[in-house]
Design a protein around this ligand. Structure first.
Ligand code: NAD
Length: 317
């Protein structure tokens, strides 16, 4: 008896994740706001297409429902909108709901609360292992980008009840490798925004120090070697160096072609600023990083986020 999985949001990430679920033998029912994306899916064998998030949630046999949408507004609409997952008459048939989109912890808590409320009038049978809560809900944002989504090597940062995260694990494993249970509802998002907050600042620090080193007469490769075996060692220097020519096969050495686009980093930094503000946590470095990334994104937001190096060292000057 194959579990049927509902999937909403077939963009750069979602389409790849959905493909991997299918490869693992799950039957899919999908929805995307874009008609052309849906038509593409309809042409493929064994993929059922639905007309709204509510229709996915009401499809006979759907037990698990995954969302992979751009931002807070779209996730709110997909769950709580007029034709949303929770609007279905008699409640959703899916008993395990997983949101993989990157959104703010605050919005994610709102969605978790709306799901709790919907439980009161849901006819869904509890998902095996999830005591008597139906539907169960977890937040499970990802890192690993489109490469990780294609290769099913994504990392999932999960927030929610332990039994729900355990029940979701086989489905997440079909799309990724590493799964963290970070804590209660919204903590997956908290982990994701804090990680990218630190990454943005760390990358800016390597770009700034590398530019200074160059003006002080250092070969950037020598300086990177020093960093990588000294106390400045970090992912931004060692695995994704922003200085063109220091490493082969990274965006910096390929005209800063993304990679991880500036516009995506900016979205995550805005979420980080909002999350820190809501928690009353000071974030002066995040403010500074936002200014830096915004300035470079004004030129071309599709470039890789390491393009900020040009702000510190422009070869023409
Ligand atoms: P995308 O824009 O390529 O895809 C989003 C899809 O959602 C599109 O197909 C769009 O038509 C659909 N959509 C939009 N609003 C909708 C609605 N209300 N109902 C149904 N469908 C709707 O985005 P993506 O790159 O796949 O990213 C998805 C999420 O994953 C984002 O939150 C992003 O921040 C996060 N993320 C992306 C990457 C990456 O490298 N692209 C990496 C990690 C996390």
């Amino acid at each position: 008896n194959v579990t049927k999985v509902g999937f909403i949001g077939l963009g750069a990430m979602g389409s790849r994740q959905a493909r991997n679920l299918q490869r693992e033998g799950y039957e899919l029912v999908v929805y995307d706001r874009s008609i052309s994306r849906l038509e593409e899916y309809e042409k493929r064998d064994n993929v059922e297409v639905a007309s709204s998030p509510a229709a996915v949630a009401q499809t006979e046999g759907v037990r698990v429902l995954i969302t992979m949408l751009p931002a807070c507004a779209q996730v709110r609409e997909a769950y709580c909108g007029k034709d949303g997952i929770l609007s279905a008459d008699g409640g959703t048939k899916a008993s395990l709901l997983i949101d993989c989109s990157t959104i703010s912890p605050t919005t994610s808590r709102e969605i978790a609360a709306a799901v709790s409320e919907a439980r009161l009038h849901s006819g869904a049978q509890p998902f095996p292992g999830c005591s008597n809560r139906a539907p169960a809900f977890i937040d499970a944002p990802v890192s690993g980008g489109t490469t990780g989504a294609s290769a099913a090597t994504l990392s999932f940062m999960c927030g929610g009840e332990k039994d729900a995260v355990e029940a979701a694990t086989p489905f997440l494993k079909a799309m990724g490798k590493k799964i963290w249970h970070c804590g209660g509802p919204s903590t997956g998002h908290a982990a994701k925004v804090c990680n990218n907050m630190a990454l943005a600042i760390q990358m800016a620090s390597i770009a700034e120090a590398s530019a200074a080193g160059r003006r002080l007469g250092l070969d950037p490769k020598v300086l990177a070697d020093v960093f990588n075996s000294s106390s400045a060692r970090c992912w931004s220097s060692e695995a994704y160096n922003p200085v063109p020519g220091v490493m082969a096969d990274v965006p910096a050495s390929k005209g800063h072609k993304a990679g991880f686009a500036l516009q995506h980093m900016l979205k995550d930094l805005h979420l980080a600023r909002e999350a820190a503000g809501t928690a009353g946590s000071p974030a002066p470095m995040t403010e500074q990083a936002l200014e830096i990334y915004e300035k470079v994104a004004e030129v071309d937001g599709t470039l890789d986020f390491t393009a900020i190096y040009s702000l510190f060292y422009d070869k023409d000057h």
